[in-house]
Ligand binder design. Structure first.
Ligand code: PEP
Length: 250
């Protein structure tokens, strides 16, 4: 089944008020896109971006699993919704590594976000050592099984509001990309894991590829079976870089 593609930008720790012009340009051009488009911005920009581009999907890059409480510096799903966000990334490898987030943390975040009504992009991916050891598919499949939402949030949110992003850690921000055959092998394996977890509903979960996607490689990646879109970091910061990727997703 061919799913409508999703092209989501991850601005990471980039973006000030002066950059809202890029958000406006991306939102304006995306109105006629043949795919869903979203930008996951720093928390400080979410509300201003939502006001600047009403109707366009603005998201966050992380969420806390609790509704509220003594969690200094954290933001809940209810707070994101209150700011106008529609989606959030969970489990990005930069957070798994720097903040020590485990698969069970990621699962709790995904469940909480889905239960609150957000869409979720759940990230998984292998290190270069794992890829070189020939263990990429087994490792990432196990990571998916252990991170997938399975609580009350999953019951209400799968598959319509869940996307999985396969992001090899060694491909993020490096300019390196797996071979088309390797992307295809991984996405097919992840589709089988989603079917095992959710039955037929697993066919409707979008599987995004992420890691050094740019205008020059997007069309080839989007043509791979079970690649249902992309999570784009560096090339999402400027409309001139991001919009050709959106255009490639038909
Ligand atoms: C990312 O950080 O999610 C990402 C895919 O980054 P980049 O596109 O810059 O490799």
């Amino acid at each position: 089944m061919a799913l409508r593609k999703l092209v989501a930008g991850n601005w990471k720790m980039h973006g000030l008020a002066v950059d809202l012009g890029e958000v406006r340009a991306i939102a304006e051009a995306s109105r006629t896109a043949d795919c869903d488009v979203a930008l996951c911005l720093p928390a400080t920009l979410i509300e201003r971006a939502v006001r600047a581009v009403p109707g366009f999907a603005i998201g966050a890059q992380d969420v806390h699993q609790d509704d509220k409480g003594a969690h200094t510096g954290c933001v809940s799903a209810a707070m994101l919704l209150d700011a106008g966000a529609r989606l959030t990334i969970v489990g990005h490898s930069e957070r798994r590594e720097a903040q020590g987030e485990s698969d069970s943390d990621v699962r709790a975040k995904a469940d909480a976000a889905l239960l609150a009504g957000l869409q979720v992009i759940l990230c998984i991916g292998e290190s270069d050592a794992v890829r070189e050891a020939g263990q990429a598919v087994a490792t990432v499949s196990a990571q998916l099984d252990a991170s997938l939402p399975h609580g009350e949030g999953a019951a209400t949110g799968v598959p319509a509001r869940l996307a999985v992003a396969y992001e090899p850690i060694w491909a993020i921000g490096t300019g390196k990309v797996p071979s088309i055959a390797d992307i295809g092998e991984m996405h097919a394996a992840l589709r089988r894991r989603l079917q095992a977890a959710y039955g037929e509903a697993g066919d409707a979960v979008r599987i995004l590829y992420g890691g050094s996607v740019k205008a020059s490689n997007a069309a080839e990646i989007f043509a791979v079976p079970d690649v249902d879109g992309a999570l784009v970091g560096g090339a999402s910061l400027k409309a001139a870089d991001f919009l050709p990727i959106v255009a490639a997703a038909r």
